[in-house]
Design a protein around this ligand. Structure first.
Ligand code: NDP
Length: 241
């Protein structure tokens, strides 16, 4: 490919997704940015960027936005499945609606993103699927039961998909960050758990800057097509767990 190809980023209205959008745009890529807060996507002010208000739990809407962006900018060469929620809670007293929301978004949303781009990538014999999992996709943490379930699923699905796609030339990358300074915790509804989490983060000397995760995405994507960075695990140096 001669000019930098299209990259799709879900959950680009804040945190890791916004940082990744800025970085990939700076590298010259046209972008499709998806999230529910369209104003926040547009406020990034990135060139050659299509911003669409899409809830990634809506499979048809994800596919339609990808089609529209591919018509404008050519085939998607990568998708960063980043949209996610962390609703911490104890299973005994957490509202099951919160489990459902995380499963729909963190698990099914990732599959919908993959589904929208994969047939084209396989046909072209190239492409990169980047799934944003978590250190909580590798080990457990207090009050994380439903969330770790979704992130272990992202790890497992990614590894299985990588094996499935190895002969096709399509790469699958997992990025597994520790705590990152974003809006993620703000959606947890249990105030005591939120306080404890903030205290834990402070005791570790603070969390990663989202830019560090964006850099990891760019590094993995930037490898030659015959090289797959299967997984990057990164966390603040002071984070023990
Ligand atoms: P933020 O809360 O800052 O960002 C989450 C993004 O997901 C927002 O852009 C939000 O946009 C989007 N989003 C949420 N729900 C939907 C939806 N239904 N449809 C479309 N977009 C949606 O958190 P982070 O940047 O931290 O999170 C990004 C990813 O990183 C998540 O998958 C998270 O699990 C993972 N992660 C985060 C860590 C951290 O400590 N922050 C650590 C490890 C992993 P909008 O609300 O506008 O729809």
């Amino acid at each position: 490919m001669t000019s930098a190809p299209l990259i799709v980023i879900t959950g680009a209205s804040s945190g890791i997704g916004a940082a990744t959008a800025r970085r990939m745009s700076a590298l010259g890529h046209p972008l499709l940015l998806l999230a529910r807060r369209l104003d926040r996507l547009e406020a990034l002010g990135l060139p050659r960027t299509l911003c669409r208000k899409v809830d990634v739990t809506d499979r048809q809407a994800v596919a339609a936005a990808v089609r529209e962006a591919e018509e404008a900018y050519g085939p998607a060469d990568a998708i960063v499945n980043n949209a996610g929620a962390m609703l911490l809670g104890r299973i005994a007293d957490q509202d099951p609606d919160e489990w459902e929301r995380m499963i729909d978004l963190n698990v099914k949303g990732v599959l919908y993103g993959i589904h929208a781009v994969l047939p084209g990538m396989v046909a072209r014999g190239r492409g990169t699927i980047v799934n944003i999992s978590s250190v909580a996709g590798r080990k457990t943490f207090p009050n994380h039961t439903a969330y770790v379930g979704t992130k272990f699923a992202v790890h497992a699905m990614s590894e299985n998909l990588r094996e499935e796609l190895a002969p096709t030339g399509v790469r699958v990358v997992v990025i597994a960050p520790g705590a990152v300074e974003t809006e993620l915790l703000s959606h947890t509804t249990d105030e005591r758990i939120k306080r404890d989490y903030r205290a834990w983060k402070e005791s570790a000397g603070g969390a990663l800057d989202p830019e560090a995760v964006a850099q990891a995405v760019a590094y993995a994507y930037g490898q030659p097509p015959q090289v797959t960075v299967r997984e990057i695990v990164l966390a603040a140096t002071g984070q023990e767990g």
